[in-house]
Design a protein around this ligand. Structure first.
Ligand code: NI
Length: 203
């Protein structure tokens, strides 16, 4: 496993639509090595997730892992999960409405900055695991936002493209100084509304 350099905003490779992974290639050493590198690189950078284009590989793979994350202390825990060729659908609430919220996001490819984006709070999806076995999943609350952020990387998009207002951009230092307290209250409200905020997957 190797910690790989993370591409930074401005690198055109972050802006390309990634290719699906051919299922027959998934079991082979190059893809398995890539997945190990993604996990290692995410952990080394304290990311909540990372997508293959962020290390220069234009393939539809991302990984997510949240546990006691110093960058995102308010995020509910998510077990380490590898998503290959993921699909995502936004789910309505019982009343037929689509729940969403503004969330401050950051990105390992956008160093030093955070900003507010609007994310759906309930999603369902399907993907292959690292061995090619299909699984389905549901995610709620902040975890749903994390998955939308990672999926966007596979389509060449960054959270910067989806800011609700460019004036919400802030350095991490100024986030802590001016915005963190209010956002922690918003995040707690989201966590309380979706207490099973973690990813549930089957099988
Ligand atoms: Ni990102």
């Amino acid at each position: 496993m190797t910690v790989r350099p993370i591409l930074q905003v401005g690198d055109p490779r972050l802006r390309r639509v990634a290719r699906p992974v051919p299922v027959e290639a998934l079991g082979g050493p190059p893809i398995q090595q890539l997945i190990d590198d993604l996990i290692e690189t995410m952990h080394a950078a304290h990311g909540a997730g990372i997508a293959a284009p962020q290390i220069g590989e234009g393939l539809r793979i991302f990984v997510v892992h949240v546990r006691d994350n110093p960058r995102y202390p308010y995020k509910p825990p998510v077990p380490l999960t590898v998503f290959v060729n993921p699909q995502l659908t936004i789910l309505p609430e019982a009343d037929g409405r689509y729940a969403s919220a503004e969330i401050y996001e950051g990105c390992l490819s956008v160093p030093g900055l955070r900003g507010r984006v609007r994310r759906a709070l309930r999603v369902r999806g399907a993907a292959l695991d690292r061995h090619g076995a299909p699984f389905t999943f549901e995610a709620q609350g902040l975890t749903a936002g994390t998955l939308q952020h990672e999926l966007a990387h596979l389509d060449g998009r960054l959270f910067l493209d989806e800011l609700v207002d460019s004036r919400s951009l802030t350095t991490w230092e100024n986030f802590d100084l001016f915005h963190k307290a209010a956002f922690l209250r918003e995040a707690e409200a989201i966590n309380a509304r979706f207490p099973s905020g973690a990813l549930t997957r089957s099988p």
